[in-house]
Design a protein around this ligand. Structure first.
Ligand SMILES: [Zn+2]
Ligand SMILES: [Zn+2]
Ligand SMILES: [Zn+2]
Length: 239
């Protein structure tokens, strides 16, 4: 599977595989052995999707701590990377107001004073903007799946794998194609997260079917995974 996924090494130009588990912070080019940062290729959002899935997997492996683990889940970094220009409420200097819903305050670089983001853009407006952003990303990804992704190098269209992959290798020239070069990276990461959650749920259900006897714990774990799915689901807006 690993040989089927690749990114272009910036040092030698060869197509080298990304690690299957994106939590690995760096990896070596298979050809020139240069050290490459996973997040630089896969994107911060996709890396955080794998971290969250890994956290949930550890949680179900230790069902006694499963509720704690659900509460301590790492954050999915799929928020908006955009900002809106505004003026500091204290000194009037130009500030960039982050549109990521997780950011609640900003500090003016000119006067050093902190102020709530909601003093610049209302929470309602930010929420609406974020929904629109997610829906647009999902729509773009859906279109890419219907039409195929053009290879960055040779231009040929390739089918998009429906398995949560963040990349593919061009069937025609072998170049690495990152989906996030064509659609919003957080839409690709949300899809990866969704696949991870569904895979976990299916694996747990299969496990339960195998051991027909006391599997209350597995049932609890399934419920938690499904719940965790809903926790992350404010991100999984349907299109
Ligand atoms: Zn290389
Ligand atoms: Zn200021
Ligand atoms: Zn190609």
């Amino acid at each position: 599977m690993a040989g089927n996924r690749g990114v272009t090494c910036p040092r030698c130009g060869a197509s080298t595989p990304l690690p299957d588990d994106l939590r690995v912070p760096s990896f070596a080019c298979a050809f020139c052995h240069a050290t490459l940062e996973t997040a630089a290729f896969a994107g911060r959002a996709a890396v955080s999707a794998d971290a969250l899935i890994g956290h949930m997997q550890a949680a179900v492996a230790d069902p006694a701590r499963v509720m704690d683990a659900a509460r301590s889940a790492p954050r999915f970094e799929g928020g908006s990377a955009e900002s809106r220009p505004s003026a500091c409420k204290h000194c009037g200097a130009a500030v960039a107001v982050p549109l990521d819903l997780h950011v609640r305050e900003l500090t003016c670089a000119a006067c050093g004073r902190t102020q709530p983001v909601s003093a610049h853009v209302s929470d309602e407006e930010r929420f609406a903007l974020d929904m629109a952003r997610q829906v647009a990303g999902n729509e773009a990804l859906k279109r890419l799946k219907a039409e195929g992704v053009p290879c960055t190098k040779c231009g040929a269209r390739n089918p998009v794998p429906d398995d949560g992959s963040v990349q593919l290798v061009c069937r025609f020239c072998g170049a690495a194609v990152l989906l996030s070069d064509h659609v919003d990276a957080s839409a690709v990461a949300r899809q990866r997260l969704k696949h991870g959650v569904y895979e976990m749920r299916d694996a747990l259900m299969a496990k339960q079917a195998r051991r027909q006897r006391t599997t209350t714990i597995v049932v609890v774990a399934i419920v938690v995974v499904v719940l965790a799915g809903f926790i992350v689901a404010n991100l999984l807006v349907r299109s």
